[in-house]
Design a protein around this ligand. Structure first.
Ligand SMILES: Nc1nc2c(c(=O)[nH]1)N[C@H]1C(S)=C(S)[C@@H](COP(=O)(O)O)O[C@H]1N2
Ligand SMILES: [Mo]
Length: 204
């Protein structure tokens, strides 16, 4: 099959984009598909809270205005969805995960993070991956306020793992001394999810 995938890679060369940026089995798109389980939650900024718990020196609890008054950072990164689309050069603004970790002080025995969202949604990742420079809890995308469908008022952005780890409608995270599957991981998605090693599902 010379396929759509082959043509898509050839188009990248024509556009001057290094095809090595495209992980195996992915195609690039300029669209921004919306994907999630369940309905888009109705989030009220008046009652919204962001909390950090678990293996930390001091827990954190911030309201909407408190979170938004933290210093922000802007990043540009490629994002890779397990349903095979990749979008290059997306720009996000928000608070870096490292800034939040500095505020709470992870205990030496913390190894993993579970990120929590509205409606009980969760995703797990190693602390080392969560704490990468450039990861953000973001509320601006492409210079504009994030759309509710894409996770307003706050979403995690962890570009180096498949995008299901980038939790929309985030409400906080917990530090643990072990790994624990999140929502999609309990439903067959890979515990780690490296797009360049094509870790889509259990056993990949
Ligand atoms: N809260 C929440 N966040 C979520 C999901 C979800 O079901 N609920 N789905 C994940 C999946 S599978 C993907 S591919 C991305 C999609 O983000 P987008 O809709 O902004 O493209 O969100 C991720 N974050
Ligand atoms: Mo996904």
């Amino acid at each position: 099959m010379t396929s759509f995938f082959k043509r898509n890679r050839d188009e990248l060369l024509a556009k001057g984009i290094d095809p090595a940026r495209l992980p195996p089995g992915q195609y690039s798109t300029d669209r921004f598909p919306v994907l999630h389980a369940g309905a888009v939650p109705k989030v009220e900024s008046a009652t919204w809270e962001f909390t950090v718990n678990g293996l930390v020196d001091k827990t954190l609890r911030l309201g909407f205005d408190g979170f938004r008054s933290l210093p922000t950072k802007t990043i540009t990164a490629d994002i890779h969805c397990v349903t095979k689309w990749t979008k290059f050069d997306t720009t996000w603004e928000g608070v870096s995960t490292t800034a939040l970790l500095e505020m709470v002080g992870p205990s030496p025995d913390a190894t993993h993070v579970v990120v929590r969202a509205e409606q009980g949604f969760t995703a797990n990742l190693p602390l080392e991956d969560f704490a990468r420079e450039g990861n953000l809890f973001a509320w601006r995308y492409g210079g504009e306020e994030l759309e509710v469908d894409h996770g307003w008022p706050l979403r995690l952005v962890v570009p180096h793992l498949y995008f299901w780890k980038s939790v929309k409608w985030a409400r906080g995270f917990d530090l643990l001394d072990h790994d624990e599957p999140g929502f999609w991981e309990r439903n067959g998605y890979h515990m780690y999810g490296d797009p360049f090693r094509e870790q889509r599902y259990w056993g990949d």
